[in-house]
Design a protein around this ligand. Sequence first.
Ligand code: HEM
Length: 209
Amino acid sequence: MNPGKEQRVHPLIVRITHWINALAILVMVLSGWRIYNADAFLGFRIPSEWTLGGWLAGALQWHFAAMWLLALNGLAYLSYGILSGHFRRKLFPVPPSAVIRDIGAALRGKLAHDDLGIYNAAQRAAYLGAIALAVVLILSGLVIWKPVQFHALGQLMGDYEGAKYVHFFAMSALVLFVIVHVAMVALVPRTFPSMITGRVRGPTPAKGA
Ligand code: HEM
């Protein structure tokens, strides 16, 4: 990056869909925890202060409302990412050796992220993983919602009962991603305004992911 020169790092559509997705996922997770509590099939309950919807029917309404937002907005992000070449340019390639090297460097606090226009291999793998998890969540959610209509899809994940576990564990992995993702943003704070304005000015040496 040229010192002092403004660089465009995130296209408008990526920024809009990113923040709508983040909001939709927050609502889906909090309302989903309330829905889980009605059945608590894993034997523990989530504290109701961490849930959204007040009661099962209220939580289901939040969950369905955010589901449409996530599905339509996610579709817009995926279509743009694939058709414009954004994914090819920013999220590929992801050589496993580079991912391992970058995760090791991140754990030692030595991962450079000086050029915000380029994601390191650990970021690429994490973002691709998060996208895959969102797809698994939507597909397993469809099986739980309409097990008869999505019977063939359900067979891939152990039908209705299996889909409940797939849905819960994919949610847990996505929540873990969000925790690590937000921690990484906190370590390199100038990434945050860049995801709002789309721009970044000059290189400031930064460590982290
Ligand atoms: C809730 C679920 C979230 C998901 C699934 C998610 C996913 C992603 C993905 C896939 C990207 C890459 C976008 C691209 O270039 O195509 C990204 C970038 C980014 N996200 Fe998130 N995100 C989430 C929440 C958040 C939150 C809460 C914050 C704020 C603290 C945040 C801050 C950022 C920033 C700053 C970048 C750009 C990173 C950089 O330039 O190095 N994200 N996120």
